[in-house]
Design a protein around this ligand. Structure first.
Ligand code: SAM
Length: 217
């Protein structure tokens, strides 16, 4: 019996799509080698789970390209004791990667049916340090704040102020910022009262729909 289905495809994905493009954090590479991405993707697209592409997960939403998941995770610079907030739970895959690298992940999803999918996927694989919350993630989640890391996995015109307010001193935030079609990957690092902002190349994400994103339409 194959006790680790599709491990060879995952290992190839990590070597050819991720390590070869410059991601070097060994903990991130190990998490991406371990977590069965195909179990986060509904059929028929699960057959393509280890290809170099985003894929549909239903409700007009997507799971991000593996390289982009790895890049955003590396930019977040996750540490074992961190408490992290993700906006846009989607399939739950990015939250699963983060949960192997930090102490606790809170992930918010706007669409209840998508949140159910994330919850079911995470529960089936035994990830028990992730809370999936239904709501408008542009407002953050003050109940668990402040966060050492915040990752937005949907496209936003600007970084929502509530998320900046919920970032701990020394914390890092990663987000695709720009237009509805194409964005720039931005990092913010809080150092006391100041914020360091830097840019890491072009990306394409589905829009962040909410009060401090693209509005509620
Ligand atoms: N991180 C996900 C994964 O690992 O599968 C992929 C995220 S998908 C590209 C973007 C997700 O953000 C969608 O599921 C969408 O419904 C969600 N979203 C959009 N606006 C949101 C908001 N204001 N609050 C929470 N989730 C939102």
């Amino acid at each position: 019996m194959d006790t680790n289905p599709r491990a060879y495809e995952r290992s190839r994905m990590v070597e050819l799509q991720i390590r070869s493009r410059g991601i070097s954090n060994p903990r991130i590479l190990a998490a991406m080698r371990d977590i069965p991405r195909h179990l986060f993707i509904p059929p028929p697209y699960n057959t393509s789970a280890y290809e170099d592409a985003p894929l549909p997960i239903g409700n007009g939403q997507t799971i991000s390209q593996p390289y982009i998941v790895a890049l955003m995770t590396e930019l977040l610079d996750p540490r074992p004791g961190d408490r992290v907030l993700e906006i846009g739970a989607g399939s739950g895959y990015q939250a699963a990667i983060l949960s192997m690298l930090v102490q606790h992940v809170t992930t918010i999803e706007r669409i209840p049916a998508v949140a159910d999918l994330a919850r079911a996927n995470l529960a089936e694989l035994g990830f028990n340090n992730v809370s999936v919350i239904v709501g408008d993630g542009t407002q953050g989640y003050p109940e668990d704040a402040p966060y050492d890391g915040i990752m937005i996995t949907a496209a936003t015109p600007e970084i929502p102020q509530p998320l900046i307010d919920q970032l701990a001193d020394g914390g890092r935030l990663v987000a695709p910022v720009g237009g509805r079609e194409i964005q720039e990957l931005i990092t913010l690092a809080r150092k006391g009262d100041s914020m360091e902002r830097s840019s890491h190349g072009g990306v394409r994400f589905v829009p962040l729909i909410g009060e401090f994103g693209w509005g509620n339409t």
